[in-house]
Every structure is written in C-alpha cells, then in structure tokens.
Design a binder for this molecule. Sequence first.
Ligand code: 5AD
Ligand code: SF4
Ligand code: FES
Length: 349
Amino acid sequence: KNKKIKELVDKAAAEANLSKKEIIYLLEQDFSKLDYLIKKADQKRKELFGDEVHLRAIIEISSYCKQNCHYCGLRKDNSELERYQLEKEEIITAANQAAELGYKTIVIQSGEDDYPAQKIAEIIREIKHNNDIAVTLSLGERDFGVYKLWKEAGADRYLLKHETADKKLYQKYHPGMSFENRIESLKYLKYLGYQTGSGVIIGLPGQNAETLAEDLSLLKELDVDMVGSGPFIPHQNTPLKNSRQGTLEMTLKFNALSRLLLQLTHIPATTALGTIDDFGRQKALQAGANVVMPNVTDSKYRRKYEIYPAKICIEEQAADCRQCIGGIINSLGRFVSTERGDSRKIKTG
Ligand code: 5AD
Ligand code: SF4
Ligand code: FES
C-alpha cells in the first residue's frame, strides 16, 4: 500500500498529472500514511519558489453582502451581524499603511456589496498612483463591464473562489447564484489580463474525495495563478451551523496535491486553517504553501467581518499581524519576500 502511495506521489511530482481515480485514492488515505505526499509537496515548493514567502495584506472594506451562501457568516439573512462599509479615504489610508509595513500586495475584499464601481476604480487609481504595490480585488461577482473598468483602473489580480466544482452542491449552497456564471467570470477575468485566484472550501457537507478530485481538475483547466483552500468552519447564524467542521488533515492533503498538480500556482496558508489549528498556517507552509494573507483592516471593524467564528487576529492591529507573520515565517527557516510576487505563470510577449 505504501508502495502505491509513493508511486502516485512520484508520478504527480514528475508529471503534474494524475487521473481522477489516482487523486481519489490519495485523498482517501489516512493522513498518517501521507508523510511522503507532504514531503514531496514541500520539496516542490522549495524547488520552484525557494524559501521566499509572499505576503498579501487584506483590507476588508465592507461586510455587506446580498448573497446567502449557506456556510458564511456574512450572508444577507444573518441579521445579528453589524455591518460596516469603509469610506474611500479609509481604504486609501489602509493601503498606504500596508505599503509602509512593507507589503507589496494589497487585497481589497468584501462581501457581495454593491460598492459603487466608479468609486472602486478611483480607489484603485489612487492606490496605484501613491504606491508601487500590486492590487488584488476580492469583491465577488460583478457585471463583466465592471471587471473591465477595474482592470483599466490598474487592478492586477482578482480572487473569486469557485468553492466547489460539484455543480449540484454549488447550487445547493449558493441560492440565487450560478455555477456557470462563476466559471465564466473566472475565464473572463483571465482574458482581461488579471492574474486570477480561485479556491475551495474543504469539508463542506456532501463533499467527498471525488468532488475534491473534480476541484483539482477544474483548477488545472482554469490554469489559475493562485488557489486558496481552507477548511469549512460552521457558523452559528447559518443553515450549516450543525454541520461538521472541515479537517486540518484533508486541507493539508488538498494543498499538497495542489502544489504537485498545479506546480507554479501560488498557494496561501489560509487564515481559516490558522483558525482551526494553532499551527495550521505553519503546517500548510510546510505542505506546499508559499503565501500568507495577513489582515490590515482597522481593529475597530475586524469583529464585524465574521465569516466564521473564532477567526484569528480580531484584537490585533495591522502592525501586530505583520510582526507575528514575519516571526512565523522566520521560525520555519523561510523569509518574507521583498518582491510583488506576481504570477510565475505569466509569460512575456
Ligand atoms: N468556513 C470557511 N470558509 C468560509 N468562507 C465563507 N464561509 C466560510 C466558513 N464558514 C470562505 C469562502 C468565501 C470566503 C468569503 O470565505 O471560501 O470565498
Ligand atoms: Fe457573501 Fe461571499 Fe459570504 Fe457568500 S461567501 S455570503 S458571497 S461574503
Ligand atoms: Fe494576526 Fe498572527 S497574523 S496575530
């Protein structure tokens, strides 16, 4: 049995390809048998990226959301969450502060708020004008013309997780949304020249090794520049409040396989993984991940962006998280990159 695991892991590392059956076989193995998978993913990360870790500073600009995703604490029907929306000047201040802390990428993130598209465009222009920094948007689905407007304003990257490639599950957990539109959005963003990021929620009820294998083949097909996968964490004010939490082990398996199958794709050690395990982000960084995304949102807003409970970094300020993450990265014998960390997949010409 161990021989078969080794054979499949070696094949994945050498060819960046496995059949669906082979992926399922690996995902279904007990984590205690998968040391070799984790080790090879860590080696692949080192071979392709060295010991450099890229940081992305997240600014949570609005907790308003018009959607009702079954797992998420920001869902519209959660009337217990106090909502907030940052002013233009507050966003620009946060971005400048992130740049001062040495970040080379900021991520402007929100629920599916209808934050005026023109105002976002102005914010992007101003941030790009003030700083030599990459701007990533993580604002959910908008009209295709809006994606274009923001690209022309200077945005570099867009994150839009597909969450699950199982279309039935997607439709069940995202009432009023369309899986096709999500995938079309990702393709269009890529076509516009954005470096695109997707991701998966690991451990959603109803998901299994087969659907996770489909996630990996979809990610390969979309040829995304980044893939962020974190465990599902049940939230008390959502329909999935009584469901079981996603596991550290499955998340690490998925991240390690992502590294072997997607090679040059950036992989963050997610905050959700750091939330379910004190050393979750460290473990991910040693299982293929090469990115961390610390929060730089002003402390007074942080508790109001409760996607899932017990989220880490609620009491901290931007500078605290920057220092904490630097310490974590150094403790692993790695170092914080001084570069923007653009997609390595981008070909010139
Ligand atoms: N547990 C883990 N991740 C979640 N997300 C939303 N709700 C949860 C949850 N309960 C993630 C989704 C989404 C982003 C807003 O946060 O992947 O893309
Ligand atoms: Fe809104 Fe995103 Fe949460 Fe869905 S996952 S409810 S779109 S913030
Ligand atoms: Fe925020 Fe460690 S990253 S406290």
